[in-house]
Ligand binder design. Structure first.
Ligand SMILES: NC(=O)C1=CN([C@@H]2O[C@H](COP(=O)(O)OP(=O)(O)OC[C@H]3O[C@@H](n4cnc5c(N)ncnc54)[C@H](O)[C@@H]3O)[C@@H](O)[C@H]2O)C=CC1
Ligand SMILES: O=C(O)[C@@H]1CCC=N1
Length: 280
């Protein structure tokens, strides 16, 4: 069951993350007629249906609507972690034994979902990121024991037209969230900090934002298109005894690597807390 344009895909929840998955899927040529979705509000259902050319139902009676779309080859759960378990219970009676349930939620384990789904239901935990919307995503996948090779290929097919996909043990999915799931936010925050610093030095805010955004976009494009590592690209900018070297040395003296490591550790801890709070 590798993914073909006619593989039926249902999205439960179409917020920031699942919309990016959908946009990547459609950009890769998937047939919109094979895709359905549910969302939390009527207005949002109309907007999303028009935007993507797919059938979208609002879930004011979410049990009914979610059950209706659950009968698909792939069901992609993109609701907040606190709602995942409830959605699994809702859709359980409507699933075919062959439906692969794919969850993008942080913190909710395969076991938590399996205990609410029919015995033996194939489950894939995915940790994508929003750059899928511009075909530059990074995705980690972990599969339950029931998932066959061809089902894993189909789940991979959801993402691979729009980004890099790696398969990892489930024990590393929280780490994937900490690195690439949340990662775009770290780079955007760095752009904010660059612009803020420029403003503190007297630059107009709009000029500062233009420079910071263009730099982030340019650096991203270089690493995506040039056959060079991050270290090589950094070295190409860092003249011996030059200005970049002075800034990088200052970052090192201020323990930037420790700052990053502690941030990732906080991210992973939060996944563990979400698991304890909403996954049991
Ligand atoms: N935003 C991101 O960059 C990433 C998010 N995730 C995960 O994606 C999941 C969703 O996050 P976001 O898209 O950011 O949230 P969001 O709030 O933007 O989207 C949630 C969606 O679920 C819908 N919804 C809520 N309850 C529902 C129900 N009972 N039935 C059907 N639809 C329902 C809402 O209407 C909305 O469309 C989370 O579990 C998060 O951990 C994972 C990786 C990255
Ligand atoms: O912030 C969050 O919880 C989600 C998971 C990874 C990125 N966004």
């Amino acid at each position: 069951m590798s993914l073909t344009p006619s593989t039926t895909v249902s999205f439960i929840g179409l917020g920031n993350m699942n919309s990016a998955v959908l946009e990547g899927l459609l950009a890769g040529g998937h047939d919109p007629e094979s895709v359905r979705a549910t969302v939390g509000r009527v207005l949002s259902a109309e907007t999303k249906s028009t935007r993507y050319g797919i059938a979208v139902t609002a879930t004011e009676d979410h049990t009914e609507a979610n059950r209706e779309v659950a009968n698909a080859h792939l069901v992609v759960l993109g609701v907040k972690p606190k709602a995942i378990v409830e959605v699994c219970e809702e859709i359980a009676p409507a699933l075919s034994p062959d439906t692969v349930v794919v969850s993008v939620a942080a913190g909710i384990s395969i076991d938590s979902m399996a205990s609410r789904l029919p015995a033996g239901q194939p489950i894939v935990r995915a940790m994508p990121n929003t750059p899928l919307a511009v075909q530059q995503g990074a995705v980690g996948l972990a599969a339950s024991a029931e998932v066959t090779e061809s089902q894993l290929e189909a789940a991979r097919g959801l993402f691979e037209q729009a980004g890099t996909v790696v398969v990892v043990p489930e024990s590393q999915i929280d780490l994937v969230a900490g690195i690439s799931g949340s990662g775009p936010a770290y780079f955007f925050h760095l752009a904010e900090l660059l612009a803020q610093t420029a403003v503190e030095h007297g630059m107009d805010a709009d000029v500062a934002e233009q420079l910071a955004s263009a730099t982030l976009a340019g650096a991203g494009r270089m690493i995506a298109t040039q056959n060079a590592s991050a270290a090589e690209l950094r070295e190409n900018i860092t003249s011996p005894q030059g200005t970049t070297e002075a800034a990088l040395r200052s970052f090192t003296e201020d323990d930037l690597s420790g700052v990053v490591a502690r941030g990732i550790a906080a991210n992973i801890r939060r996944s563990e807390e979400l698991s304890a709070e909403f996954g049991s």
